[in-house]
Design a protein around this ligand. Structure first.
Ligand SMILES: *Cc1c(COP(=O)(O)O)cnc(C)c1O
Length: 354
Protein backbone atom coordinates (compact mmCIF):
# COMPACT_ATOMS: atom_id res chain seq x y z
CA UNK A 1 0.00 0.00 0.00
CA UNK A 2 1.35 3.44 -0.84
CA UNK A 3 1.68 6.03 1.90
CA UNK A 4 -1.06 7.99 0.11
CA UNK A 5 -3.87 5.43 0.33
CA UNK A 6 -6.70 6.56 2.58
CA UNK A 7 -6.68 4.89 5.97
CA UNK A 8 -10.49 4.69 5.65
CA UNK A 9 -10.10 2.00 3.03
CA UNK A 10 -7.06 0.18 4.38
CA UNK A 11 -9.04 -3.04 4.88
CA UNK A 12 -11.36 -2.74 1.86
CA UNK A 13 -11.68 -5.98 -0.08
CA UNK A 14 -12.95 -5.26 -3.58
CA UNK A 15 -15.36 -7.49 -5.51
CA UNK A 16 -13.69 -10.15 -7.66
CA UNK A 17 -15.35 -10.30 -11.07
CA UNK A 18 -15.31 -13.52 -13.14
CA UNK A 19 -12.45 -13.80 -15.60
CA UNK A 20 -12.81 -12.09 -18.99
CA UNK A 21 -10.06 -13.79 -21.01
CA UNK A 22 -9.29 -11.79 -24.12
CA UNK A 23 -8.26 -14.81 -26.20
CA UNK A 24 -11.33 -16.60 -27.47
CA UNK A 25 -10.16 -20.11 -26.73
CA UNK A 26 -12.59 -20.69 -23.86
CA UNK A 27 -16.21 -21.71 -23.83
CA UNK A 28 -17.19 -18.96 -21.48
CA UNK A 29 -19.79 -20.08 -18.94
CA UNK A 30 -18.57 -18.04 -15.97
CA UNK A 31 -20.24 -14.62 -15.89
CA UNK A 32 -23.89 -15.21 -16.87
CA UNK A 33 -23.75 -13.14 -20.04
CA UNK A 34 -26.15 -13.78 -22.90
CA UNK A 35 -24.66 -15.92 -25.70
CA UNK A 36 -26.60 -13.79 -28.21
CA UNK A 37 -25.34 -10.43 -29.49
CA UNK A 38 -27.80 -7.51 -29.60
CA UNK A 39 -30.04 -7.67 -32.68
CA UNK A 40 -29.02 -5.83 -35.87
CA UNK A 41 -31.89 -3.46 -35.24
CA UNK A 42 -30.59 -2.56 -31.79
CA UNK A 43 -27.07 -2.07 -33.10
CA UNK A 44 -28.36 0.28 -35.78
CA UNK A 45 -29.76 2.54 -33.04
CA UNK A 46 -26.25 2.78 -31.58
CA UNK A 47 -24.59 3.50 -34.94
CA UNK A 48 -26.87 6.47 -35.45
CA UNK A 49 -25.50 8.03 -32.27
CA UNK A 50 -21.78 7.76 -33.01
CA UNK A 51 -21.98 11.16 -34.70
CA UNK A 52 -23.05 12.93 -31.54
CA UNK A 53 -20.36 11.58 -29.22
CA UNK A 54 -19.00 15.13 -29.00
CA UNK A 55 -22.03 15.99 -26.88
CA UNK A 56 -22.74 14.91 -23.33
CA UNK A 57 -25.34 12.21 -22.95
CA UNK A 58 -28.83 13.13 -21.73
CA UNK A 59 -28.65 13.10 -17.91
CA UNK A 60 -32.39 12.40 -17.67
CA UNK A 61 -31.98 9.39 -19.98
CA UNK A 62 -35.36 10.25 -21.42
CA UNK A 63 -35.52 7.90 -24.39
CA UNK A 64 -34.82 4.86 -22.21
CA UNK A 65 -36.77 6.03 -19.23
CA UNK A 66 -39.99 6.58 -21.16
CA UNK A 67 -39.83 3.29 -23.00
CA UNK A 68 -39.02 1.37 -19.82
CA UNK A 69 -41.90 3.08 -18.04
CA UNK A 70 -44.24 1.97 -20.80
CA UNK A 71 -42.98 -1.63 -20.69
CA UNK A 72 -43.03 -1.83 -16.89
CA UNK A 73 -46.44 -0.19 -16.59
CA UNK A 74 -45.18 2.63 -14.35
CA UNK A 75 -44.46 6.36 -14.69
CA UNK A 76 -41.03 7.64 -15.83
CA UNK A 77 -40.68 9.28 -12.38
CA UNK A 78 -40.78 5.79 -10.87
CA UNK A 79 -37.65 4.65 -12.74
CA UNK A 80 -33.95 5.46 -12.55
CA UNK A 81 -31.56 4.12 -15.20
CA UNK A 82 -28.00 3.45 -14.06
CA UNK A 83 -24.61 2.24 -15.24
CA UNK A 84 -25.40 -1.44 -14.74
CA UNK A 85 -27.63 -2.43 -11.86
CA UNK A 86 -24.50 -2.50 -9.70
CA UNK A 87 -24.68 1.29 -9.72
CA UNK A 88 -28.26 1.53 -8.48
CA UNK A 89 -27.50 -1.07 -5.80
CA UNK A 90 -24.58 1.07 -4.66
CA UNK A 91 -26.85 4.15 -4.61
CA UNK A 92 -29.41 2.23 -2.54
CA UNK A 93 -26.82 1.26 0.08
CA UNK A 94 -25.76 4.91 0.33
CA UNK A 95 -29.28 6.28 0.39
CA UNK A 96 -31.06 3.84 2.70
CA UNK A 97 -28.46 2.52 5.17
CA UNK A 98 -26.54 4.17 7.97
CA UNK A 99 -24.69 3.23 11.16
CA UNK A 100 -27.91 2.17 12.88
CA UNK A 101 -29.53 0.77 9.76
CA UNK A 102 -27.40 -2.07 8.42
CA UNK A 103 -27.89 -3.82 5.11
CA UNK A 104 -29.42 -7.26 5.71
CA UNK A 105 -29.02 -10.05 3.16
CA UNK A 106 -28.54 -13.85 2.96
CA UNK A 107 -25.15 -15.42 3.75
CA UNK A 108 -25.13 -16.97 0.28
CA UNK A 109 -25.98 -14.33 -2.32
CA UNK A 110 -24.46 -11.83 -4.75
CA UNK A 111 -20.89 -11.20 -3.61
CA UNK A 112 -21.07 -7.49 -4.31
CA UNK A 113 -23.50 -6.70 -1.45
CA UNK A 114 -20.88 -6.86 1.34
CA UNK A 115 -18.56 -4.78 -0.86
CA UNK A 116 -21.19 -2.04 -1.31
CA UNK A 117 -21.50 -1.96 2.47
CA UNK A 118 -17.73 -1.89 2.97
CA UNK A 119 -16.93 0.84 0.44
CA UNK A 120 -19.62 3.04 1.95
CA UNK A 121 -18.49 2.25 5.50
CA UNK A 122 -21.87 0.74 6.34
CA UNK A 123 -22.62 -2.19 8.65
CA UNK A 124 -24.26 -5.32 7.29
CA UNK A 125 -25.76 -8.51 8.69
CA UNK A 126 -25.94 -11.87 6.94
CA UNK A 127 -28.95 -14.15 7.46
CA UNK A 128 -28.14 -17.83 6.84
CA UNK A 129 -30.11 -19.62 4.13
CA UNK A 130 -31.61 -22.97 5.12
CA UNK A 131 -29.58 -26.20 4.83
CA UNK A 132 -31.00 -26.68 1.32
CA UNK A 133 -30.01 -23.08 0.44
CA UNK A 134 -33.65 -21.96 0.46
CA UNK A 135 -34.73 -18.59 1.83
CA UNK A 136 -37.36 -18.36 4.57
CA UNK A 137 -39.10 -14.94 4.49
CA UNK A 138 -39.85 -15.29 8.21
CA UNK A 139 -36.11 -14.96 8.91
CA UNK A 140 -36.45 -11.31 7.81
CA UNK A 141 -39.23 -10.27 10.19
CA UNK A 142 -38.21 -6.95 11.75
CA UNK A 143 -34.86 -7.11 9.95
CA UNK A 144 -33.79 -3.77 11.44
CA UNK A 145 -32.16 -2.51 8.27
CA UNK A 146 -32.39 -2.38 4.49
CA UNK A 147 -33.15 -5.88 3.22
CA UNK A 148 -31.53 -6.95 -0.05
CA UNK A 149 -32.88 -10.06 -1.76
CA UNK A 150 -31.60 -11.29 -5.12
CA UNK A 151 -34.57 -13.02 -6.71
CA UNK A 152 -33.81 -15.49 -8.23
CA UNK A 153 -30.90 -15.69 -5.83
CA UNK A 154 -27.33 -15.85 -7.08
CA UNK A 155 -25.50 -18.17 -7.24
CA UNK A 156 -28.22 -20.70 -6.34
CA UNK A 157 -30.75 -19.60 -8.97
CA UNK A 158 -33.55 -20.36 -6.51
CA UNK A 159 -36.70 -18.28 -6.79
CA UNK A 160 -38.84 -16.88 -4.01
CA UNK A 161 -42.50 -16.41 -4.91
CA UNK A 162 -44.11 -12.99 -4.88
CA UNK A 163 -45.95 -13.80 -1.65
CA UNK A 164 -42.59 -14.51 0.00
CA UNK A 165 -41.36 -11.06 -1.04
CA UNK A 166 -44.62 -9.53 0.19
CA UNK A 167 -44.12 -11.17 3.59
CA UNK A 168 -40.74 -9.43 3.82
CA UNK A 169 -42.19 -6.11 2.64
CA UNK A 170 -45.04 -6.23 5.14
CA UNK A 171 -42.87 -7.22 8.09
CA UNK A 172 -40.45 -4.34 7.40
CA UNK A 173 -42.66 -1.32 6.68
CA UNK A 174 -39.99 1.10 7.94
CA UNK A 175 -37.10 -0.32 5.95
CA UNK A 176 -36.40 -0.33 2.26
CA UNK A 177 -36.56 -3.80 0.73
CA UNK A 178 -34.44 -4.14 -2.42
CA UNK A 179 -35.43 -6.95 -4.75
CA UNK A 180 -32.57 -7.53 -7.19
CA UNK A 181 -34.22 -9.09 -10.24
CA UNK A 182 -31.09 -9.50 -12.41
CA UNK A 183 -32.35 -12.96 -13.46
CA UNK A 184 -36.12 -12.58 -13.27
CA UNK A 185 -36.67 -12.87 -17.05
CA UNK A 186 -35.58 -16.52 -17.10
CA UNK A 187 -38.52 -17.88 -15.17
CA UNK A 188 -39.81 -15.65 -12.40
CA UNK A 189 -42.55 -13.14 -11.80
CA UNK A 190 -41.37 -9.54 -11.31
CA UNK A 191 -42.34 -7.54 -8.23
CA UNK A 192 -42.51 -4.29 -10.22
CA UNK A 193 -46.34 -4.22 -10.09
CA UNK A 194 -46.06 -4.04 -6.29
CA UNK A 195 -44.35 -0.64 -6.15
CA UNK A 196 -47.66 1.25 -5.94
CA UNK A 197 -48.68 -0.88 -2.99
CA UNK A 198 -45.41 -0.74 -1.03
CA UNK A 199 -43.56 2.55 -0.67
CA UNK A 200 -40.59 0.63 0.79
CA UNK A 201 -40.00 -1.52 -2.31
CA UNK A 202 -37.11 -0.99 -4.76
CA UNK A 203 -36.90 -3.45 -7.66
CA UNK A 204 -33.68 -3.50 -9.69
CA UNK A 205 -33.23 -5.07 -13.11
CA UNK A 206 -30.44 -5.17 -15.68
CA UNK A 207 -29.78 -5.33 -19.41
CA UNK A 208 -26.72 -7.50 -18.70
CA UNK A 209 -28.22 -10.97 -18.52
CA UNK A 210 -31.43 -11.31 -20.54
CA UNK A 211 -30.93 -8.31 -22.83
CA UNK A 212 -27.51 -9.07 -24.35
CA UNK A 213 -25.87 -5.89 -23.09
CA UNK A 214 -23.46 -6.77 -20.28
CA UNK A 215 -20.72 -4.70 -21.93
CA UNK A 216 -23.07 -1.75 -22.43
CA UNK A 217 -23.60 -1.39 -18.66
CA UNK A 218 -27.30 -0.64 -18.28
CA UNK A 219 -29.47 -1.30 -15.27
CA UNK A 220 -32.42 0.40 -13.60
CA UNK A 221 -34.45 0.62 -10.47
CA UNK A 222 -38.23 0.89 -10.11
CA UNK A 223 -39.80 2.29 -6.94
CA UNK A 224 -42.21 4.94 -5.71
CA UNK A 225 -41.36 8.52 -6.73
CA UNK A 226 -39.90 9.49 -3.39
CA UNK A 227 -37.36 6.66 -3.34
CA UNK A 228 -36.42 7.36 -6.96
CA UNK A 229 -35.94 11.04 -6.09
CA UNK A 230 -33.55 10.09 -3.30
CA UNK A 231 -31.66 7.69 -5.52
CA UNK A 232 -31.39 10.52 -8.05
CA UNK A 233 -29.78 12.62 -5.33
CA UNK A 234 -27.04 9.98 -5.21
CA UNK A 235 -26.75 9.87 -8.98
CA UNK A 236 -26.49 13.65 -9.39
CA UNK A 237 -23.91 13.72 -6.59
CA UNK A 238 -21.81 11.07 -8.31
CA UNK A 239 -22.12 11.23 -12.09
CA UNK A 240 -25.04 12.97 -13.80
CA UNK A 241 -23.90 11.47 -17.14
CA UNK A 242 -23.82 7.94 -15.78
CA UNK A 243 -25.19 6.45 -19.01
CA UNK A 244 -23.14 6.95 -22.17
CA UNK A 245 -25.07 7.89 -25.29
CA UNK A 246 -24.19 4.73 -27.23
CA UNK A 247 -25.54 2.41 -24.54
CA UNK A 248 -28.59 4.60 -24.19
CA UNK A 249 -29.31 4.24 -27.90
CA UNK A 250 -28.61 0.50 -28.19
CA UNK A 251 -30.64 -0.08 -25.03
CA UNK A 252 -33.55 1.76 -26.59
CA UNK A 253 -33.17 -0.40 -29.71
CA UNK A 254 -33.31 -3.54 -27.57
CA UNK A 255 -36.49 -2.33 -25.87
CA UNK A 256 -38.06 -1.91 -29.30
CA UNK A 257 -37.57 -5.62 -29.86
CA UNK A 258 -38.94 -7.33 -26.77
CA UNK A 259 -39.99 -10.39 -28.79
CA UNK A 260 -36.37 -11.28 -29.47
CA UNK A 261 -35.55 -10.88 -25.78
CA UNK A 262 -38.46 -13.12 -24.79
CA UNK A 263 -37.50 -15.74 -27.39
CA UNK A 264 -33.88 -15.70 -26.18
CA UNK A 265 -35.00 -16.18 -22.57
CA UNK A 266 -37.29 -19.07 -23.51
CA UNK A 267 -34.41 -20.70 -25.40
CA UNK A 268 -32.05 -20.32 -22.41
CA UNK A 269 -34.68 -21.69 -20.01
CA UNK A 270 -35.18 -24.76 -22.22
CA UNK A 271 -31.44 -25.42 -22.61
CA UNK A 272 -31.02 -24.87 -18.84
CA UNK A 273 -33.60 -27.52 -17.97
CA UNK A 274 -32.21 -29.99 -20.55
CA UNK A 275 -28.66 -29.49 -19.26
CA UNK A 276 -29.83 -29.86 -15.65
CA UNK A 277 -31.36 -33.25 -16.49
CA UNK A 278 -28.17 -34.45 -18.15
CA UNK A 279 -26.00 -33.31 -15.25
CA UNK A 280 -28.34 -35.03 -12.79
CA UNK A 281 -27.96 -38.24 -14.81
CA UNK A 282 -24.20 -37.92 -14.36
CA UNK A 283 -24.72 -37.83 -10.61
CA UNK A 284 -24.55 -34.09 -10.01
CA UNK A 285 -26.82 -32.46 -7.42
CA UNK A 286 -28.37 -29.22 -8.60
CA UNK A 287 -30.42 -26.46 -7.07
CA UNK A 288 -33.75 -25.67 -8.75
CA UNK A 289 -32.45 -22.77 -10.83
CA UNK A 290 -34.83 -20.35 -12.53
CA UNK A 291 -31.93 -18.19 -13.76
CA UNK A 292 -29.59 -18.42 -16.78
CA UNK A 293 -27.12 -20.56 -14.87
CA UNK A 294 -26.95 -23.88 -13.05
CA UNK A 295 -25.48 -24.48 -9.62
CA UNK A 296 -24.10 -27.99 -9.48
CA UNK A 297 -22.14 -30.21 -7.12
CA UNK A 298 -20.63 -33.63 -7.63
CA UNK A 299 -20.45 -36.06 -4.74
CA UNK A 300 -17.26 -37.53 -6.21
CA UNK A 301 -15.17 -34.45 -6.91
CA UNK A 302 -14.77 -31.23 -4.97
CA UNK A 303 -15.81 -27.98 -6.62
CA UNK A 304 -12.31 -26.64 -7.06
CA UNK A 305 -11.24 -29.79 -8.95
CA UNK A 306 -14.27 -29.64 -11.24
CA UNK A 307 -13.52 -25.98 -11.95
CA UNK A 308 -9.83 -26.65 -12.67
CA UNK A 309 -10.42 -29.70 -14.86
CA UNK A 310 -13.10 -27.97 -16.90
CA UNK A 311 -10.72 -25.06 -17.38
CA UNK A 312 -8.05 -27.43 -18.68
CA UNK A 313 -10.66 -28.58 -21.19
CA UNK A 314 -11.35 -25.02 -22.27
CA UNK A 315 -14.60 -24.53 -20.35
CA UNK A 316 -14.73 -21.63 -17.91
CA UNK A 317 -17.25 -21.82 -15.05
CA UNK A 318 -17.43 -19.89 -11.78
CA UNK A 319 -16.20 -21.38 -8.54
CA UNK A 320 -16.66 -19.70 -5.14
CA UNK A 321 -14.47 -20.39 -2.14
CA UNK A 322 -17.08 -19.62 0.49
CA UNK A 323 -17.29 -22.55 2.90
CA UNK A 324 -20.93 -23.53 2.39
CA UNK A 325 -20.80 -23.56 -1.39
CA UNK A 326 -17.26 -24.47 -2.28
CA UNK A 327 -18.25 -27.87 -3.61
CA UNK A 328 -20.48 -26.22 -6.19
CA UNK A 329 -19.79 -24.53 -9.50
CA UNK A 330 -21.99 -21.97 -11.15
CA UNK A 331 -22.38 -22.73 -14.83
CA UNK A 332 -23.85 -20.15 -17.20
CA UNK A 333 -26.33 -21.56 -19.70
CA UNK A 334 -25.01 -20.87 -23.19
CA UNK A 335 -26.12 -22.08 -26.59
CA UNK A 336 -27.27 -25.65 -27.16
CA UNK A 337 -23.96 -26.38 -28.92
CA UNK A 338 -21.92 -25.07 -25.99
CA UNK A 339 -23.98 -26.99 -23.48
CA UNK A 340 -23.62 -30.25 -25.36
CA UNK A 341 -19.87 -30.11 -24.74
CA UNK A 342 -20.31 -29.60 -21.02
CA UNK A 343 -21.74 -32.99 -19.92
CA UNK A 344 -19.20 -34.69 -22.17
CA UNK A 345 -16.36 -32.83 -20.46
CA UNK A 346 -17.80 -33.60 -17.04
CA UNK A 347 -18.25 -37.25 -17.89
CA UNK A 348 -14.61 -37.48 -18.96
CA UNK A 349 -13.31 -35.91 -15.82
CA UNK A 350 -15.49 -38.11 -13.64
CA UNK A 351 -14.07 -41.16 -15.45
CA UNK A 352 -10.54 -39.87 -14.85
CA UNK A 353 -11.25 -39.63 -11.16
CA UNK A 354 -12.11 -43.32 -10.58
C1 LIG B 1 -25.08 -9.62 -12.67
C2 LIG B 1 -25.76 -9.21 -11.43
C3 LIG B 1 -26.00 -7.86 -11.12
C4 LIG B 1 -25.47 -6.67 -11.81
O1 LIG B 1 -25.22 -6.68 -13.06
P1 LIG B 1 -24.97 -5.34 -13.88
O2 LIG B 1 -24.17 -5.85 -15.01
O3 LIG B 1 -24.23 -4.38 -13.01
O4 LIG B 1 -26.32 -4.85 -14.22
C5 LIG B 1 -26.74 -7.56 -9.99
N1 LIG B 1 -27.19 -8.51 -9.19
C6 LIG B 1 -26.97 -9.80 -9.43
C7 LIG B 1 -27.51 -10.81 -8.49
C8 LIG B 1 -26.23 -10.19 -10.55
O5 LIG B 1 -25.96 -11.47 -10.75
Amino acid sequence: MSRFFSSRYADLEPYTPGEQPQERKFIKLNTNESPFPPSEKAMAWGMAHLRSLNLYSDPSCLQLNEKLAELCGVDPEEILVTNGSDEILNFAFRAFCDERRPAVFPDITYGFYPVFAAVNRLPFREVPLGPDLSLDPDDYRGAGGMVVIANPNAPTGMLLGRDGIETILRSNPDQVVVVDEAYIDFGGESCIPLIRQYDNLLVTQTFSKSRSMAGGRLGYGVACRELIRELNTMKYSTNPYNINSLSMAVGRGILEDEETVRANCAYIARVRDDTARRLAELGFSLTDSKANFLFARSDRLDGETVYRKLRERGVLVRHFTKERIRDYNRITVGTEEQMQLLPRGLEELLEESV
